[in-house]
Write a new protein. Structure first.
Length: 234
């Protein structure tokens, strides 16, 4: 059963990975894909540790609810997670000769995000699934839900950071990575807020807003892919 749970937790990331690798006209070597994927997974518990300490600090400070929620959802979860996924690419690939096209930045950030999401999914399955026959059904339900929600969110937010990394590295536009982290972190935070408001997708209104947010991000990411290709090869 544990091996099955690990496979199920990894499955959403592998499906999204197969989809977005098609955007790369010059496929990356498999060893680099695996390297960044596992680095992304490695940074998931690091991000969780930072989040835990930061959220504990917010509680100690006894800030107003609005300020506490903003710091927690948008900064200590949203921006921190996006920065950790960026660090996986920065440490693993940024100086590698294979990192030679703008779209590589988006592809590798997506791979890092999928590694990050895979570990999150595995932990969620182990945490929320029960025991016995009900465990399998719960695991499949969690996998399907996270495939369409949080895993996709990680893909899209990471891709946005990757776009701005490409602008910084290949087009010499300074400090663009900061812009990317802020935009992706805010989108991530908005997703967190709407997901909480939806009561785990039980309420229709907030759930529709989550869908609208992800759809908008998906369209934006596709446009950013084509913009990089156009700007680099024109």
């Amino acid at each position: 059963m544990p091996i099955g749970f690990i496979a199920l937790g990894t499955l959403p990331s592998l499906i999204w990975l197969s989809i977005y690798l098609r955007e790369d006209e010059h496929p990356e070597p498999n060893r680099f894909i695996l390297k960044v994927f596992f680095l992304g997974a490695l940074f998931a518990p690091i991000a969780a540790g930072i989040e835990f300490l930061s959220i504990s600090l917010v509680r100690v400070l006894n800030l107003p609810e609005i300020a506490a929620n903003f710091l927690t959802l948008f900064v200590f979860i949203g921006i921190v997670e996006e920065y950790c996924k960026f660090l996986a690419v920065r440490l693993g690939m940024l100086k590698n000769r294979a990192f030679d096209e703008p779209t590589d930045a988006m592809i590798y950030l997506i791979i890092s995000g999928l590694g990050f999401a895979a570990l999150e999914n595995i932990l969620a399955i182990f945490h929320f699934s029960g025991s016995g026959g009900s465990a399998v059904g719960s695991a499949f339900e969690i996998t399907a839900l996270r495939f369409l929600s949080s895993t996709l969110l990680h893909v899209l937010a990471s891709a946005i950071v990757g776009y701005y990394l490409a602008r910084s590295r290949f087009f010499l536009e300074k400090r663009k990575i900061i812009t990317g982290l802020i935009i992706a972190g805010l989108a991530h935070g908005a997703y967190n807020s709407l997901t909480l408001a939806s009561d785990s997708f039980q309420k229709l209104g907030p759930t529709l807003l989550v869908i609208a947010l992800l759809a908008t991000m998906a369209v934006t990411v596709n446009m950013l892919f084509y913009k990089l290709k156009r700007d680099f090869f024109k």
